[in-house]
Design a protein around this ligand. Structure first.
Ligand code: FAD
Length: 455
């Protein structure tokens, strides 16, 4: 237990900040958060109320540790698999996992954020809204805040500052000034647009509620995740330029025509798509890698501030929440030895966050293209058959990432080995019954060891 007098200052009350704050308060720290935006419980923040996220094992584990999952589960919608919509509006359901225990959960980003802020305040965390971090002197601990409402600056002295301020982190900008700080930012030449499918009569869902819907179209795609209120939060991913790109959608007619021709069954349930398209900004997506994550034993980056990833594995927040699990575990071990905690945190996480960044990029091709390819679907069936026969030896990559808390780096490395095996085993056959089991046995028992599956 820390002494009550030790204050930890977090920058950012997005998704990761309040969850970390709860864990620290429970360990006896005094915690304050400075957040740039207004309090989203009082001010309706921008568009995208219906926009949601997929929560899976790592996120759920962290929420459970904070004592929040049972409550939060009520504001989620369970998704059992992908519903693939073909260009001819035919549907094909692909379960995510081997059985009903392997599911993921859609949750509204705003509802999750509000629930976390409420829970943090209930635990005694102080949150200052409209307080933007405008600078932090790493040597002295002077934190400069800009009061966005009063338009005033003030400087406070802080001992421990953790940057949970997202992919455009102000704290990371300070670290950029450090000698030897490595910073890599890679933008995709794709953007995204948030759209909405409204609820049907009496809050019913216009599409199957318990699925993540995908309209894969080769170089672009639309996805939709269900909300508890009957709406779907949709995201349209398009290249910025070229064929089927944002550059070609300049008018309402362009947008309505594009959606009708590419996603006919989605168009039928999105009567206001052209309005929403122009009301919402076009987002960009980047992978950010940097090092070090900590400085002077007093500042640390965590969540998207340390490692933003593209959204195609649905792991950004799950990974950020797992950061909290790992950091709090180190606090339990090392008490107030922040220098050591920060160094061990970086060592434990960096290799894994680099791995999920790569996996997320790889999954973009899978989602927008391969999910409708019969060979890909056949490989998926073979994967499940292999998993059934070799439960701890052959665990599909998607399952390692999504349903288990296997370190991401292990999932990446084993996934590559398993992919090679699958290629060898699927070559020349198109029925699971024709699998050469003795070859499978030789490959699997010969090359992979039993996997720890942390609960
Ligand atoms: C289109 C899209 C879809 C996604 N889907 C998923 C998904 O399905 N599953 C998943 O796990 N992840 C998903 N993600 C990723 C997920 O949204 C992020 O990983 C997550 O929000 C990161 O949480 P965070 O708390 O680190 O940062 P954020 O949620 O960005 O929070 C940062 C907070 O810091 C505040 N802030 C910023 N600068 C300052 C400053 N100078 N001073 C004070 N406060 C500041 C911001 O206002 C914000 O409140 C998706 C991301 C995108 C873009």
């Amino acid at each position: 237990m820390a002494s009550k007098s030790e204050t930890v200052t977090l920058i950012g009350a997005g998704l990761v900040g309040p969850l970390l704050a709860i864990g620290l308060v429970k360990r006896g720290f005094d915690v304050e958060i400075y957040e740039r935006r207004p309090d989203m419980r009082r001010v309706r923040v921008s568009a995208g109320r219906s926009i949601n996220l997929a929560l899976s094992a790592r996120g759920i584990h962290a929420l459970t540790e904070a004592g929040l999952w049972d409550e939060m589960r009520r504001i989620t919608v369970l998704m059992k698999g992908r519903m693939i919509h073909s260009a001819a509006a035919e549907l094909a359901f692909q379960p995510y996992g081997k059985d009903d225990s392997e599911v993921i959960y859609a949750i509204s980003r705003a509802d999750l954020n509000i629930a976390l802020i409420d829970a943090a305040e209930a635990q005694g965390v102080r949150i200052g809204f409209q307080q933007r971090c405008a600078g932090f002197t790493l040597k002295t601990g002077e934190l400069q805040l800009h009061d966005e409402q009063a338009d005033e600056y003030r400087t406070l002295e802080k001992n421990i500052v953790i940057g949970c301020d997202g992919s455009a982190s102000a704290l990371r900008n300070e670290m950029l000034k450090l000698n030897g700080f490595t910073f890599l930012q890679h933008y995709l030449d794709y953007g995204y647009k948030e759209l909405t499918i409204p609820a049907g009569p009496v809050g019913s869902h216009a599409l199957e509620a318990h699925a993540l819907h995908i309209w894969p179209r080769g170089n672009h795609m639309l996805i939709a995740l269900p909300n508890v209120d009957g709406t779907f939060g949709c995201i349209l991913f398009l290249p910025f330029e070229g064929r089927d790109s944002f550059a070609q959608l300049a008018t309402r007619e362009d947008v309505a025509g594009f959606i009708r021709s590419k996603f006919p069954d989605a168009a039928a349930v999105m009567p206001e798509v052209a309005d929403t398209f122009f009301a919402n900004p076009t987002g960009s997506m980047a992978t950010i890698k940097c090092l070090p994550w900590h400085a002077e034993g007093r500042a640390l980056l965590l969540g998207d501030a340390a490692h933003a990833i593209v959204p195609f594995f649905g792991q950004g927040i799950n990974c950020g929440f797992e950061d909290c699990t790992v950091l709090l575990g180190l606090v339990d071990r090392h008490g107030r030895d922040w220098k050591r905690i920060f160094a061990e945190f970086e060592k434990a996480r960096k290799i894994n966050t680099d791995a999920i960044a790569d996996l997320a990029l790889e999954n973009f091709v899978e989602m927008r293209d391969r999910v409708s390819d019969p060979r890909f679907l056949f490989r998926k069936r073979v994967e499940l058959a292999l998993e059934a026969r070799y439960p701890r030896l052959f665990v599909p990559k998607y399952a390692m990432v999504t349903f288990h808390r296997v370190p991401y780096a292990t999932a990446l490395q084993r996934g590559q080995v398993q992919d090679r095996m699958l290629t060898q085993l699927c070559d020349g056959i198109d029925r699971v019954e024709d699998l050469d089991w003795s070859k499978a046995d030789r490959l699997i028992r010969g090359e992979i060891t039993s996997l720890e599956l942390p609960s």
